[in-house]
Write a protein that binds this ligand. Structure first.
Ligand SMILES: [Zn+2]
Length: 854
């Protein structure tokens, strides 16, 4: 569709002549419960000024039909004005009123106005999701972040429903079977931040009050909602409790009163991402409403997201990037604040920085080593570029670099800079320079060099210690070697660790210093006894890959689990995983470390990462000849630790899930079946609904679950979640027919919501079934361009990523990927980027396998 992929140049041109005074948006969604109804009525009236009277412009709109277009009282013919993506208008006056009346489509892909019918009770639920540019699927608008305006929404919905938007409602009028909700005008915000949530949602309400410095009080009504059928599982008290702690904390740090009146948080079905920071009306994926027991890592993760979205009320919503090049200005900050806030707001999640070091950074390191990596401040030519930049660089590397910046300028200067930034740019749009300006003011440091090294280059440095000792074992020199394409200034701590009387590896010295260039001497270490372990980047101040000297690596092999201190241990785990991914440590050695020490890992989030990584090590990075044995070792280890775990603990649940993921042999599968039927029990382990589905997946993938059994489980759990799990189990059966059905469900039809696309691709792609899926590699490459052209980008991204033949770890698949890339230089850059990244994953697997070959 020409015009669908708005370019930066077009956006700049439009912003240079237009200023928007306001939008009136009327939506009529009374048709939503009627499944046969595909569309709803949408009417936008936008009032705007033009600095070049007589000029042309366009509104963005993706709608099946446009009924009328009226500019300054003049009716335009929709047949000529609307091209399927844009409403073109010419002859602008200095002041304009433009009305567009359209029929917009209910979405099944989570883009625009998503409609969901609950299988439990037949109720219909709606919510919107727009970022970066899907508001145009719901109403006509100038879809770019720097044309901010106040929005006034009016929504007509079934009478039994409630409706929410960014602003509070001012009036509700009943007429027949419908009610019309009129909302107050919003503050000036960007189109992608507007929101509507409508349906018979279950609501919990609360209130936040704060005395302000000027003697007035700030009152913020709070609410949290989810589908009615999830209400029994909805722990709104915990959610609202974290919310209030966060509001306290951000008011203290940011010194700018929450600008958007009320604060609603909606947990919504079939949501494509974690959450979205719509001002006053945040939307979250409803998997954050926990139907079954989850580990504390899941609660921590949810609290992190609550604070991340709340930080956006300031970073992103109050002050917004001008264009998507500076997406990091909000996402890096929010990602940093999610972890910083968990500690600062005094929530019970004290492991936030450990999780950050272990999980967020792993995401960043992975992304930053793709050939497609980019500087944190990116070059975003158009909306498709923007879509793919919600990635590990923009979020996790950006947040890591901000953590380094806090170490570099000090937290006081950093937060004073933030306070000035909000006051100076409230309700405006900014670029990198605006942030550097305030930080230079408050820190007194020149940040241009820092920004050039950290924000405007890509790639990750590796830091390696080099230790020399004298005859008595004293350090004569300790140096930090830096490599990477771009060398950067790093503020780091160096930790020296030795065995204590109990055998723990404890820190005996901590030396903080600036590392620059290829080699930096650690003068303070000279004369100290050579320690068992030299841990660079101790306390995780900078963003780098840590390497070890030979002696330290040997200490890890024999004692990684004995490191005293959760963060130091998490850093060591992260480092050995990077060595494995880089083909510097054989996968079987990494697996041996996990089998030896994971059982004593206290941090539940770290343990769950180890499980995922050990499985990847066996599936992708191990010598294929050793895969079978590696898999058996993992399953044996899982069973051993499951039996040893404290009854009822999070660790027990994590090991039970890991057993389900690794079970292959008769003994393991027998226990899995016994746990499902109740004939086997593990003391303290509750086999609840989510765990049951994990166990069924293990049986299904091994060909030991009948279709009747799976159907019976679905009948017992006839929910959205049950449907997803059931779909995945069917796709995971080890037969040619099951693979063909899963493939066809995704490729031959465009009916599936993204959650079911994922369930199919996930079940289809069980690595151990690589022989069954091998014949799909060739068709995959043939279909890529068609899929990209025909599907929405959310769905297309899932298909391209989910069906990539990553388990076919041979030169043949690599050659096929290369042939496609060479043969399709003109394919959409975003599509090429996805294929390049998966191709790089494959090449990495082959290098790791070579390292693992005895
Ligand atoms: Zn965010």
């Amino acid at each position: 569709m020409p015009g669908k992929n708005l370019s930066r140049d077009e956006a700049q041109q439009r912003a240079s002549i237009l200023a928007v005074d306001g939008y009136q948006v009327r939506l009529d969604v009374t048709s939503a419960p009627d499944r046969a109804a595909g569309t709803f009525r949408s009417t936008t009236t936008v009032t705007f000024r033009c600095s070049q009277p007589g000029a042309d412009t366009f509104l963005d709109l993706l709608a099946p039909a446009v009924r009328s277009v009226t500019l300054n009282g003049r009716a335009l013919d929709p047949a000529t004005a609307y091209d399927g993506a844009r409403v073109h208008v010419d002859g602008l006056a200095a002041e304009n009123v433009l009305t567009v009346e359209a029929d917009c489509a209910y979405s099944r892909t989570g883009e625009g106005l998503h409609r969901f019918v609950d299988p439990v009770d037949g109720e219909t639920y709606l919510y919107t999701h727009y970022e970066p540019a899907d508001a145009r699927r719901v109403f006509a608008n100038f879809e770019q972040p720097d044309l901010k305006a106040p929005f006034t929404f009016t929504v007509t919905a079934p009478a039994a429903w409630d409706v929410w938007s960014n602003a509070p409602h001012e009036k509700v009028t009943a007429e027949g079977d419908a009610r019309t909700w009129e909302f107050a005008p919003t503050k000036p915000i960007s189109t992608y931040l507007t929101a509507v949530v409508a349906g018979p949602y279950h609501v919990a309400r609360d209130h936040y009050r704060r005395e302000l410095a000027d003697g007035t009080a700030l009152e913020i009504p709070l609410s949290a909602m989810c589908r009615k059928s999830l209400a029994p599982y909805f722990d709104a008290d915990e959610i609202l409790g974290v919310t209030k702690l966060g509001l306290d904390f951000f008011h203290e740090e940011f010194d700018y009163p929450y600008p958007f009146g009320k604060y609603d948080q909606a947990f919504v079905p079939e949501y494509n991402i974690g959450a979205m920071e719509n001002p006053g009306c945040v939307t979250f994926r409803e998997e954050f409403v926990f139907r079954s027991k989850v580990t504390d890592a899941a609660y921590e993760g949810r609290a992190n997201v609550i604070l991340h979205e709340m930080a956006h009320m300031w970073f992103g919503d109050l002050v917004t990037m001008r264009w998507w090049d500076d997406l990091w200005l909000k996402e890096s900050f929010a990602d940093f604040m999610g972890s910083y806030g968990l500690i600062g707001a005094r929530t019970r999640y004290s492991s936030a920085w450990i999780t950050f070091a272990n999980q967020r950074k792993a995401w960043a390191y992975r992304q930053d080593q793709f050939p497609t990596t980019h500087p944190i401040t990116a070059d975003i030519r158009d909306l498709e570029d923007a879509k793919l930049n919600f990635d590990g660089i923009t979020y996790a590397k950006g947040a890591s670099v901000l953590k380094q910046l806090v170490a570099y300028v000090g937290s006081e200067a950093f937060f004073e800079g933030a306070r000035r930034y909000f006051k100076r740019h409230a309700f405006g749009n900014t670029e990198l320079g605006d942030l550097l300006e305030v930080l230079e003011e408050t820190s007194g440091r020149d940040l241009k060099t820092w920004a050039a090294a950290w924000l405007q280059t890509s790639g990750v440095n590796a830091l390696t210690p080099q230790v020399t000792t004298d005859a008595e074992g004293r350090i004569t020199e300790l140096a930090v070697l830096q490599d990477g394409e771009v060398l950067r200034p790093h503020r780091i701590a160096v930790g020296l660790y030795d065995r204590d009387a109990e055998g723990a590896l404890v820190r005996t010295a901590r030396i903080e210093l600036d590392v620059t260039g290829t080699r930096t001497a650690v003068a303070e270490a000279v004369g100290l006894a050579r320690p068992a372990l030299v841990l660079l980047n101790d306390d995780d101040l900078t963003y780098c890959k840590i390497r070890f000297d030979e002696e330290s690596l040997e200490s890890l092999r024999t004692g990684l689990g004995d490191i005293h201190g959760e963060l130091a241990r998490a850093l060591a785990w992260s480092a050995v995983w990077n060595l494995t991914r880089d083909g510097l440590m054989p996968a079987r050695d990494y697996v041996a470390l996990v089998l030896r020490f994971a059982g004593q890992e206290g941090n539940i989030g770290v343990l769950q990462s180890l499980h995922a990584q050990a499985k990847t090590a066996v599936d992708l990075y191990a010598d294929p000849a050793w895969r079978g044995e590696g898999g058996r070792l993992l399953a044996d280890g899982a069973l051993r630790e499951l039996r040893a775990a404290v009854p009822g603990s999070d660790h027990q649940l994590a090991w039970a899930r890991f057993l389900a993921q690794t079970a292959g042999g008769a003994e393991h599968l027998g226990l899995v079946r016994g746990l499902l039927s109740g004939s086997a029990r593990i003391d303290g382990l509750e086999v609840d609904q989510e765990l049951r589905w994990s166990l069924w997946l293990a049986l299904a993938a091994s060909g030991q679950a009948t279709d009747e059994e799976l159907a019976a489980e679905l009948a017992a759990d006839n929910t959205a979640s049950g449907k997803r799990h059931h779909t995945e189990c069917l796709a995971a059966r080890p037969t040619a027919e099951a693979k063909a059905a899963a493939w066809s469900a995704v490729i031959d039809s465009d009916e599936l919501p993204s959650a079911l696309v994922e369930a199919n691709t996930g079940g289809f792609s069980i690595p151990a079934q690589r022989d069954l899926t091998a014949l799909y590699a060739a068709p995959y490459f043939k279909l890529l361009e068609r899929i990209w052209a025909e599907r929405s980008i959310e769905i297309a991204m899932r298909i391209v990523g989910g069906f990539f033949p990553i388990a076919q770890t041979g030169e043949q698949t690599l050659a096929e990927a290369d042939a496609w890339l060479e043969g399709h230089p003109q394919a959409a850059p975003a599509l090429r980027r996805l294929v390049l990244e998966r191709r790089d994953d494959l090449a990495r697997a082959l290098r790791a396998q070579a390292c693992d070959r005895p």
